[in-house]
Every structure is written in structure tokens, then in C-alpha cells.
Design a protein around this ligand. Sequence first.
Ligand SMILES: Nc1ncnc2c1ncn2[C@@H]1O[C@H](COP(=O)(O)OP(=O)(O)OP(=O)(O)O)[C@@H](O)[C@H]1O
Length: 282
Amino acid sequence: MNALETVALSRRRRRVWALRDCDLAVPEGAVTALVGANGAGKTTLLHVAVGLLAPTDGEILVFGRPSGRRGADLARVAFVAQEKPLFGSFTVAEMLRFANATNPGFDLAAARARIAEADIDPRRRAARLSGGQRTLVALALALGKRAGLLLLDEPLAELDPLARLQVRGALMAAVAETGATVVLSSHDLAELAETCDHLVLLDRGRVRLAGEVEALRDRHRVITGPGEAAADVRELADVVHQSGTERQTTALIRTHLPDLPLGERPGIEEIVLGYLRRPEAP
Ligand SMILES: Nc1ncnc2c1ncn2[C@@H]1O[C@H](COP(=O)(O)OP(=O)(O)OP(=O)(O)O)[C@@H](O)[C@H]1O
């Protein structure tokens, strides 16, 4: 079963279509990167998935059921919002106890261990935490919930390099140990390449590219050669993006032949940048 699935999902925000006709499937047990330019619709998609926003059109299913505000369904989902909202007047210890009291199956010991590992004083009030510390507390709460689906909006943005490594390790461990599904949005493509096995690229509210990272890499090549050779390549593949001079051109191409003996297999960063650079690419 897919952990998250959308069918012709659209969401309008005032005059803007923040999501438009999105069809996508996030498989269970995978770590999926949600990427796209600023304003592409990533946060909107995550908010619709947890029922904070309703679809304008279409459907979104979480573990096969329409997403909504029913307690039993929400118990299977943990969400860390971009602003990492916490109750400012609560101490960290109080927040963990509150989470423990309100979430059946909450792993209080594991959450406390994460706070200790992050060297955060549990007596400190949330309002007095640094941005990165807020993130670490929010992630400890989300992971403690032991939810089947973790939706994380820019979870690594404010973390120092060591904390980023620790959080990425904790997410991968959650996937390995409990079979959890993780969807995380981020602008750090290099980091995502090391953490994620699936990718969804949103572009002005539409799904531009989606699938397994290795399969997407198999379908693309970076080729270099004289400009006129690009015409020959068009017979075999779609040119996603091309740059350079008449004498020397570099192109990202998409092919239907996974074994195309041509050029280099690109990294996920090159693929995403190629599509973002050329909005009219196929
Ligand atoms: N509260 C709101 N009211 C009206 N429009 C909004 C609101 N929040 C977002 N939008 C619009 O919806 C679109 C998608 O925004 P969204 O926040 O989902 O993008 P994003 O991909 O998460 O961007 P970022 O990478 O900057 O966080 C944008 O055009 C944005 O201006």
C-alpha cells in the first residue's frame, strides 16, 4: 500500500493554485524527498496531508483513507511544521510528558534520550530555545510518537552539521526498525541524495518528476559534445536542459532506454537543477 497518495489533488490559496492536478504515490517504508523552488507547494501538500488544509479538488489518501482530522487516522501520522511550533511556556520535560499523555504508544524514554543526546536542558522553556534546539525537540516529539508516516517540513534547515547527521541517522533508523515512511521537504539537494530513496519534484503546484531515485538516475544522462550533435540526441531522448556554446554543449537528457551507452549517469542534484532551470522541459 502507498503511505500517501494523491489523485488530481488541487488546492487554491486565494488567487494562486498552490497545488494543481497532482497525482503522486509515496510508497510505504521509503524516505521521500519533497523538493521544489520557493512557493512550489511543498508546505501546502504536507498541510493537506495532515488535514490542516482541505483539498479544493481531488483526493489525498493516507494509508488508503482520506486524510482528515479523525483521531485514529491522525495517530498514524507525525508532522513537524516548518516553523517548529511548540508551547512556549512549557519546559521541554513538560512537553515530553504532555506528548506522552496525549499520544497512545508514545516512547517517552526514547524521546528523553534524544533530548539528552542533543544536550538540551529539559528544564528550559520552549520559548527560550534556539531555532535548532526547537527543531530537535519537535523531531524528538515526532519520532517519539512512533507514527507510521512522518511528514517533516524542512527538518534539517536550522541544524548544525553534527545534529543534521544525527537526525538523518535517527530517521533512517526509524524506517529500518519500524518500517515508518518519511516524507521530508528540503532545499539541500546534496544531503537529500544521501538520505532519500524516492523523490517528488513540485514546480508551481504541479508534480514535475516523481519516482525512485535510482530509477530516475537510470533514465537521465549528462552528455557533452559539439552543439550540432544535440540534434542527433533528440532522436533518442528528450533534452531537459542544455547549456554551453556551439562548440561545446552540456545537456541533461531523459531517455526511455535505461542502458543508453551515452554520457554520465547524473546525480539527483543535477537532475532537479536541470528541470528547475528549464520550466518548459518535457
Ligand atoms: N497562507 C497563505 N495564503 C495565501 N497564499 C499562500 C499561503 N501560504 C502559501 N501561499 C501560496 O501558496 C503557494 C505555495 O506555497 P507553499 O508554502 O506551499 O510553498 P513551499 O514550496 O513550501 O515554499 P518554500 O520552499 O518557500 O517553503 C505560493 O504561491 C504561496 O504564495
